[in-house]
Design a binder for this molecule. Sequence first.
Ligand SMILES: C/C(=C\C(=O)SCCNC(=O)CCNC(=O)[C@H](O)C(C)(C)COP(=O)(O)OP(=O)(O)OC[C@H]1O[C@@H](n2cnc3c(N)ncnc32)[C@H](O)[C@@H]1OP(=O)(O)O)C(=O)O
Length: 294
Amino acid sequence: MPPSTAAGTLDLEHLREWIGRSETVRDIVTPHLVAAFRATLDVEPGTPKPGDEAPAAIHWCLAPATVPMSGLGPDGHPSRGGFLPPVPLPRRMWAGGRLELEGPLLVGDEVERRSLVRDVVRKEGRTGELCFVTVDHEISTSRGRAIRERQDLVYREAAPKTASTSRGPEGAAAKASQEAPQSDEQKPVTADSVRLFRYSALTFNGHRIHYDRRYCIEEEGYPGLVVHGPLQATWLLHYAAELKGKLPKTFDFRGVKPFFDGIPATLNATKKDDGLSLWVAADGAPTMQATAAW
Ligand SMILES: C/C(=C\C(=O)SCCNC(=O)CCNC(=O)[C@H](O)C(C)(C)COP(=O)(O)OP(=O)(O)OC[C@H]1O[C@@H](n2cnc3c(N)ncnc32)[C@H](O)[C@@H]1OP(=O)(O)O)C(=O)O
């Protein structure tokens, strides 16, 4: 993506100095993590043993930033300006990404994640000024690379004060977003506050939009707790594997509209030539769209 030259509040030149920054972190796929991950997905946790295949997308729970409380920003994420650029737009979201699944992670694996800030761009969206930060990750074990990932983070301007308890600009984005197509396959999914809390705990993600309802409504202008992008992507990836009998080789996903807790939702899939189109729909409208290819 080329840098936008449109006028805005961002010092893009400064933010783009973060491009090329890298970090390497390590963690272990423990039996407890695998059991807790399965339980959060409402699957029998069993008794994971060293060498068992770990569930796909568990890598999002590995090696999270462990920043002391004094190093957190007002949204509960690490203060910006370390590995990630100090984007001054206050509302961070996980916008989407792409996974290339090259091999499984196993219980007991020592995992290394190498991350690189690939791009920082400014865009003007229907909901206001946006700043996208793209991060590339490579996740490896002693057997070699297991996953290549592109992660798109988006930073949004402050919510208009009028948005506090209505759908506000989220409603505008929802109207503009695509109507859900007819699905070949569908199953219900629930996102209540306990599940969101558990997923935040699994990923050591302190972002307050996922568990602090007052903060969500009063500070970020959302009408409820926001369902994590990686949790929605995990559901869709597992659904794709369930429908086809094996994990896809590539999985592209994009959050198109926030999904709030307590809203009736479904996982959906339609066949495509080389794979599946998938989406989460809340109240019938897509919140995350994905394509999986084998
Ligand atoms: C974990 C974690 C945080 C989370 O999990 S947050 C919850 C998960 N994420 C979401 O719920 C995001 C849902 N999406 C949205 O709210 C909107 O799509 C978004 C990102 C605010 C953008 O909406 P807009 O209506 O303002 O944008 P436009 O559709 O007008 O598009 C403007 C340009 O931006 C590009 N774009 C839009 N959405 C995305 C996306 N998801 N990924 C990449 N690019 C996107 C779009 O293509 C337009 O680009 P042009 O070049 O065509 O101008 C945690 O924090 O850790």
